[in-house]
Design a protein around this ligand. Structure first.
Ligand code: AMP
Length: 452
């Protein structure tokens, strides 16, 4: 028993050495840079890093030492060069280190953990019957889990790696059968994964690569106990990756507990709105004026591209949907009361351009990645600034500069107005005078401003 565990440790040690060697051999262009040049390069990318011996950022996918099969899969996607988060996260993860990645929405972080996961899996002995998965990815919502599943499939197919997605709203029995048939990668929402673990549809005995995506959102949704339970079932020598748009205290605490000697990478400012998105804020007297504003603006928004409208309640979503249909707009609606199959169908139709307007609750705020989406409308304000940032991040994906986010603020919403002013200033956006006036109505707000 003891000898067996020692030989496994030796095996792991050599795997780690191999990973480092691969990065050193293939990353010659960056290894030739001085420390000063590396620092300047990081600065030019807007990256901040902390941790011991942080691997150098890469400049091109060729620096990663990927196999020709993986390079082909990357170019097939039309990815010419790595995005900012990929430049720094890929060499860190490929060298076997744990990572905390804090990056704005739409930054390309999915590929930053999927590509090294493929390399990791290809380095492992093949799975025997009932042994999988090797890579486990947890995401807060079905939509995001599905999005990650699609991105993983793009790169895993050519390697013969099997991916399964397990989330609520779909048949547990079908998912049970699929997992039993074996897979190297599982993308899951935490609740459903726990259910399937209890049913012994899968085990974590071979899991050595764990990704927690949008960790802040998983905590917001109350998944902390499930996440802790999942992490507790995966062997401690695993490689752990945690991605989050913001780092509240609770997430920091978990990260300290479950990551070993992580490198922390921050791209842009934490929780800051995407600067590629133009934000337009309209202060209106009350809720009653919202519909006429939308009816007037919608045609020109549709001229630019697809439109996503956020409302806070399901009833409002249904009401806006029926009013727009009556006016002849092609619209669809998405909220938690709709079953999973119809939600998927709606999203597919929206992606295919059958509908140009989607009205949704925050169910749709995460993970939606639709390139034709040019406008986001906050028909109702988000419940907090983090959600606002995620909502508007549905446009301006992967550096697209023409996204516009419209936010309707009523006279009753002075507290949110104050936070919105701070966020607009941080993202270098215009602050309308009416919004400033509204924010000033809150006593003492001025003194709390980070920039005053
Ligand atoms: P993500 O932040 O992972 O949701 O990615 C946002 C979008 O960027 C997705 O549509 C990806 O397919 C795309 N993307 C990811 N990496 C790259 C890249 N290196 N070049 C171009 N597009 C990318």
């Amino acid at each position: 028993m003891c000898g067996n565990s020692l030989s496994k440790r030796i095996q792991r040690f050599w795997k780690q050495v191999l990973k480092c060697l691969r990065m050193t051999l293939f990353s010659y262009p960056i290894s030739g840079m001085t420390e000063q040049e590396v620092a300047e390069y990081r600065k030019s990318l807007g990256i901040r890093v902390s941790g011991f011996d942080v691997p150098r950022p890469i400049k091109q996918f060729e620096d990663c030492g990927f196999s020709s099969t993986l390079m082909n899969a990357i170019s097939k996607q039309g990815y010419e060069k790595p995005t900012t988060i990929q430049c720094q996260a890929l060499p860190i993860v490929l060298s076997g280190r744990d990572i905390i990645g804090i990056a704005k929405t739409g930054s390309g972080k999915t590929a930053a953990f999927v590509l090294p996961m493929i390399v990791h899996i290809m380095d492992q002995p093949e799975l025997k019957k009932e042994e999988g998965p090797i890579g486990v990815i947890c995401a807060p919502t079905r939509e995001l889990a599905h999005q990650i599943y699609l991105e993983s499939k793009k790169f895993s197919k050519s390697h013969g790696i099997r991916v399964s997605a397990v989330y609520g709203g779909m048949s547990k029995l079908e998912q049970f059968k699929e997992l039993k048939a074996g897979c190297e990668i599982v993308v899951a929402t935490p609740g459903r994964l726990i259910d399937l673990l209890k049913m012994k549809a899968l085990t974590m005995m071979r899991a050595t690569y764990l990704v927690l995506d949008e960790a802040d959102r998983m905590f917001d949704l109350g998944f902390e106990p499930q996440i802790r339970s999942i992490v507790g079932q995966i062997r401690p020598e695993r490689q752990t990756l945690l991605f989050s748009a913001t780092m509240p205290q609770k997430v920091e605490r978990l990260a300290r507990e479950i990551l070993a000697d992580p490198v922390r990478v921050t791209v842009g400012e934490v929780g800051r709105a995407n600067e590629d998105i133009t934000q337009v804020v309209n202060v209106i007297p009350s809720d009653a004026e919202k519909m006429s504003w939308l009816l007037e603006k919608l045609p020109e928004m549709i001229d630019e591209g697809d439109v996503l409208v956020f409302a806070s309640k399901k009833a409002t979503v249904d009401e806006v949907e029926s009013q727009l249909i009556q006016k002849g707009f092609k619209v669809a609606a998405l909220h938690g009361d709709k079953d999973q199959a119809s939600r998927m169908e709606t999203l597919q139709k929206f992606k295919a351009g059958i509908f140009h307007v989607l009205i949704a609750t925050d169910v749709a705020a995460r993970g939606l990645d639709i390139k034709s989406l040019k406008s986001v409308v906050n028909f109702d304000i988000a419940r907090d600034m983090d959600m606002h940032v995620h909502r508007i991040g549905r446009t301006g994906r992967a550096g697209d500069k023409d996204g516009v986010a419209y936010t309707l603020v009523t006279q009753k919403e002075a507290r949110f107005a104050g936070e919105l002013v701070n966020s607009l200033v941080a993202a270098g956006q215009n602050v309308p005078a009416e919004l400033m006036d509204l924010a000033m109505k809150r006593k003492g707000w001025w003194k709390r401003c980070a920039w005053s």
